[in-house]
Ligand binder design. Structure first.
Ligand code: MCA
Ligand code: AMP
Length: 510
């Protein structure tokens, strides 16, 4: 077994030297081999260094899936920079917080997102540069300039496994979202475990339609590909018809998706005469895969989906086996070299098999802590280094974990996390809203959908639901907007004054 590389960037560069012509990324029907992507990333790195970017500086990637995204990601690492991942749907509220909190010096974006960035730019004192990858780059560096100006001369990336590689913001239960700091070592350790568990090899081609700004697409899909010298068919976004056609006509060996993607593929299959032949591996994660979706997919596509469980702070934690039983409704066992256990929610003492408690994990994949939040970091670990995931579940006698719920208030819609409090706070800034309760209700397509129950201010003219949805959409990522809004005179509260969301869920979910 060769020694683990210090970083995914080192692994990638190694392949670009040993097998420069090997296919790496296909995008818009065009293949980028390892040498081509390495040269683009090297030019980006050298141009950014000439611009003044230094080791440890934070660089936000706020752009859609593309080879340019990957060249910038690698380029930042080639000079020891730290990547801050930003969801392309984020708007004023999220952008302002994430870019300011992480002290981003440079933001790499695209023409579509430039107006949202421009809106908050003046408030960001650390931000000294913008790179725009497409369109006319006014008051910004263009990606084409970086390629032209950057030298193609390679250097060994000045990073070691303990250095910070990226910051992924996870929505916070209280206050603003927190930046989870992942080191190069965390990323390599987890990718090594994932690729071993799923028998991933250089011969694999992954069909990758997940967004690269989340750990699922980047930390699992891209890192595994780069670690092994494998290849990926990268798409701008998931579109069920296109994916179905690719599975039938140009099959990859692997597809990774969130449950919503699988339910949409099932719906597609039911409309079609033809069926794709089995591929080596389908993986689902980021949200619960129902036993029904598992069974329907198996009946139509002829193979069982492998479900796994992860989080931004830890990348991948638990997985159903590659060989052996993929048990529907469960997320399997720990990845090689990692540990997981169930503890009592209050005492944090380990519980026997079969009892529900909080899932804790430990291993070389677990992050270094929250950016500039030492207290939150300390709170999320126990003395022996176990990380409290905030997810609830139980373990069977033969070691399979089942997730049963969440200790924190969290809505997962189509694989995106939404914290009710953030939506409530935004709604409360509207003059016609005096009280707000936001929660998730079951949704056949998205798993859960965002619902708001509001108390309107008596003084103002009652606002229309549509107006409030538009109001949220302007300030927050569009997927956080309520799909339904109900009005009432008061919210049900318990003796301590806490809103009883379970009562509202029952009332409006029925
Ligand atoms: C898009 N919209 C959504 C969602 N996605 N609304 C609720 N929930 C969603 N998930 C909104 C858009 O803002 C837009 O609103 C409208 O729906 C249509 O947008 P469109 O782009 O057409 O959406 P879509 O293509 O239908 O997207 C659905 C999707 C996508 C393909 C399921 O949400 C997706 O790619 N999800 C994957 C997320 C992911 O990778 N999660 C990993 C995080 P409007 O009409 O107002 O404009 S968790 C993680 O990384 C950990 C490590 C883990 O375990 O994996
Ligand atoms: P994020 O903070 O965006 O990385 O999302 C991580 C969260 O997604 C976890 O804490 C879980 O609540 C949820 N999650 C990930 N995979 C699964 C899964 N297979 N089943 C249920 N929930 C999952």
């Amino acid at each position: 077994m060769p020694a683990a590389p210090q970083s995914i960037a080192h692994a990638f560069l190694g392949w670009s030297e040993r097998m420069p012509d090997a296919p790496c990324i296909r995008f818009d029907r065009q293949w980028w081999n390892y040498a081509t992507l390495a040269e683009a990333a090297t030019r980006v790195a050298n141009a950014l260094r000439d611009w003044g970017l230094r080791r440890g500086d934070r660089v936000a990637l706020y752009l859609e899936n593309s080879p340019q995204f990957l060249a910038c990601y690698l380029g930042v690492h080639f000079i020891g920079g730290v990547v801050v991942l930003v969801n392309t749907q984020y708007r004023q509220v999220e952008l302002r917080h994430i870019l300011a909190d992480s002290g981003v010096r440079l933001c790499i974006t695209d023409a579509e997102r430039r107006p949202a960035l421009t809106h908050v730019q003046a408030e960001l004192t650390d931000l000294t540069g913008i790179v725009q990858v497409d369109g006319i780059a006014q008051d910004a560096l263009s990606y084409a300039d970086l390629l032209r100006q950057g030298s193609p001369t390679r250097a060994d990336p000045p990073i070691s496994s303990d250095d910070l590689a990226l910051i992924g913001y996870t929505s916070g239960t209280t206050g603003r979202s927190k930046g989870a700091m992942l080191s190069h070592g965390n990323l390599v350790a987890n990718s090594s475990a994932v690729t071993a568990a799923w028998r991933w090899t250089a011969a694999d081609r992954l069909l990758l339609t997940l967004p690269l700004f989340h750990i699922h697409g980047l930390g699992v899909g891209i890192h595994g590909t780069f670690l092994l010298g494998a290849s990926a068919d990268l798409r701008r976004r998931f579109e069920a018809g296109e994916v179905y056609a690719a599975l039938c006509d140009d099959p990859p060996t692997m597809f990774f998706g969130v449950p919503t993607m699988y339910t949409r593929l099932i719906a597609k299959a039911k409309q079609q005469q033809r069926r794709p032949a089995p591929i080596r591996l389908y993986v689902s994660g980021s949200a619960p895969l129902s036993a029904q979706t598992f069974a329907e997919f198996q009946a139509l596509f002829g193979q069982p989906i492998l479900e796994r469980y992860g989080m931004t702070e830890t990348v991948m934690n638990l997985t159903n086996p590659y060989d052996g039983e993929r048990r529907p409704g469960t997320v399997g066992r720990p990845f090689p070299g990692q540990e997981a256990r169930i503890v009592d929610v209050r005492t944090r003492q380990p519980l026997p098999d079969g009892e529900i408690g909080e899932i804790q994990v430990r291993g070389p994949n677990v992050f270094k802590g929250y950016w500039k939040q030492p207290a939150a970091t300390v709170e999320s670990f126990d003395a022996d280094g176990w990380f409290h995931t905030g997810d609830l579940g139980w373990r069977s006698a033969d070691g399979y974990f089942t997730i049963t719920g969440r200790a924190r208030e969290l809505i997962i819609s189509g694989g995106y996390n939404i914290y009710p409090r953030e939506v409530e706070e935004t709604l409360l800034t509207h003059p016609a809203v005096v009280e707000a309760a936001v929660f998730g209700l079951p949704d056949a397509d998205l798993g859960e959908q965002v619902v708001a129950v509001l108390v309107p201010s008596s003084a103002a003219k009652p606002p229309g639901a549509e107006e409030l949805i538009v109001f949220c959409r302007e300030q927050l990522a569009a997927y956080k907007k309520p799909r339904q809004i109900f009005f009432r005179d008061t919210l049900p509260r318990n003796a301590l004054g806490k809103v009883q969301k379970h009562v509202l869920k029952e009332e409006y979910g029925a």
